[in-house]
Design a protein around this ligand. Structure first.
Ligand SMILES: NC(=O)C1=CN([C@@H]2O[C@H](COP(=O)(O)OP(=O)(O)OC[C@H]3O[C@@H](n4cnc5c(N)ncnc54)[C@H](O)[C@@H]3O)[C@@H](O)[C@H]2O)C=CC1
Ligand SMILES: O=C(CO)COP(=O)(O)O
Length: 321
């Protein structure tokens, strides 16, 4: 029986790192088709199409420069072409683009297709918070697992050791994804509580923005750790893009949007937007007071609250009263 075709939906910083892993792993297993299609949001780099550069030089020169992708990873600019015939879909795009993309993919979904989301973010549903995996699940009517962890893309691409978690409601599918994604330096644990895994991955980005504020304001380690938990939180609060841009927000007094464009060369922040989505949900549920850190990050990023008030917001936590 021929191996199942895999399509990677996305090709940013994390998408390209994951493509490196998947490209290698499919060669070692007859469960998968050895050719991988990777959907690339087309753009011109010095007048040349990014897909052509990737397919010729085997490097995503914009989003993961300095790393060669395996030659069996083929960049495809048309999403319908990329997903054609695929039974395994790996979603790895900034969360704000997922809804539209799923609508384009839907007519091409084959029976028995499964998906995994590596996307950190949330959306707002009619009853409150909506998981990105739920958007994919509902729009495409497929089983969706998630993968989240303390996984800064460039370090994974450098093959530095790290751990990650697959949340899989369907155990057998979780194991298929583990075979597709695990390497000696990218160790995977599978758990059933998929929603919890996804929620932690999404919400840590808001905390990372808070950590960047602390760095920008020159606070010490105790203060920064007051907003910090474990694993992905630690990583993101020291090494991530959300933290870096939030620090520059304090030291340059430019807007988050300006800094994102200036500092990230097309890469996208997930933290500020997640804080906005979460804030709206908390308001609807009358729960803003229970989440002072999330509320403060939102108000500083979007409502002009002075960043020097950041700690004041946290000092007034109801738990401390
Ligand atoms: N970069 C990292 O270290 C990690 C990222 N993640 C998560 O992975 C997800 C994807 O992030 P990255 O791969 O880092 O992306 P990125 O932030 O590096 O790149 C942005 C990507 O969005 C694409 N894009 C721009 N406009 C678009 C549009 N209108 N429609 C569709 N795509 C468009 C760009 O072509 C590019 O591929 C995010 O949810 C992020 O939180 C998770 C773990 C690590
Ligand atoms: O999710 C990440 C590390 O696990 C990357 O975080 P940033 O998007 O803040 O770089």
């Amino acid at each position: 029986m021929p191996g199942k075709k895999v399509c990677i939906v996305g090709s940013g910083n994390w998408g390209s790192s994951i493509a490196k892993i998947i490209g290698h792993n499919v060669k070692a297993s007859n469960r998968f088709d050895p050719i991988i299609d990777m959907w690339v949001y087309e753009e011109l780099i010095d007048g040349k199409k990014l897909t052509e550069i990737i397919n010729t030089d085997h490097e995503n020169v914009k989003y993961l420069p300095g790393h060669k992708l395996p030659k069996n990873v083929i960049a495809v600019p048309d999403i319908t072409e990329a997903v054609k015939g695929a039974k395994i879909l790996v979603f790895v795009i900034p969360h704000q683009f997922i809804g539209k993309l799923c609508d384009q993919i839907k007519p091409h979904i084959m029976e028995g297709t499964i998906g995994i989301s590596l996307i950190k973010g949330v959306d707002e549903g009619p009853d409150g918070l909506k998981l990105i995996s739920d958007i994919i699940r509902e729009k495409l009517e497929i089983d969706v697992s998630v993968l989240m962890g303390a996984n800064i893309a460039s370090e994974v691409a450098d093959e530095q050791f790290c751990e990650t978690t697959i949340g899989a409601k369907n155990d057998a599918n979780g194991h298929i994804f583990k075979e597709l994604l695990q390497t000696p330096n990218f160790r995977i644990t599978i758990v059933h509580e998929s929603d919890t895994v996804e929620l932690c991955g999404a919400l840590k980005n808001i905390v990372a923005v808070g950590a960047g504020f602390c760095d920008g304001l020159g606070f010490g380690d105790n203060t920064k750790a007051a907003s910090c938990g474990v694993a992905d939180l630690i990583t993101t609060c020291y090494g991530g893009r959300n933290r870096k841009v939030a620090e520059a927000f304090v030291t340059t007094s430019k807007s988050i949007a300006e800094l994102e464009a200036e500092m990230l060369n097309g890469q996208k922040l997930q933290g500020p937007q997640t804080s906005a989505e979460v804030y709206k949900i908390l308001q609807k549920k009358n729960m803003v007071n229970k989440f002072p850190l999330f509320a403060a990050v939102y108000q500083i990023c979007f409502e002009g609250k002075a960043v020097k008030e950041f700690i004041t917001c946290l000092q007034n936590h109801p738990e401390h009263m």
